[in-house]
Write a protein of this length. Structure first.
Length: 90
């Protein structure tokens, strides 16, 4: 695996881990970035966006995308498939 592919995989794992920690909440990308920084992981917003979009695109989706209540940005929430995948370390 190339270093870029490994970094993308690590980013997807961190996004899922953060969302797993708050399964009933949806989070905007800046909050996900803040949590990643607190875990000692530094990813750009673009990397986090790509990771979240990848997890949304899986079948079944491990993350769902929701517009914010004001409609200006997207929020992300883990799905039951994402919870199971995280717990199974898949």
């Amino acid at each position: 695996m190339t270093p870029a592919a490994q970094r993308a995989e690590d980013c997807r794992f961190i996004v899922r881990k953060i969302l797993y920690g708050r399964p009933t909440a949806s989070m905007p990308l800046d909050a996900i970035a803040h949590h990643a920084d607190r875990l000692g992981e530094s990813f750009t917003i673009d990397e986090l966006q790509a990771a979240a979009d990848f997890l949304v695109g899986l079948e079944p989706a491990q993350v769902k995308r929701q517009p914010s209540s004001l409609g200006g940005s997207m929020r992300y929430q883990i799905t039951s498939a994402g919870v199971l995948a995280y717990e199974r370390n898949e």
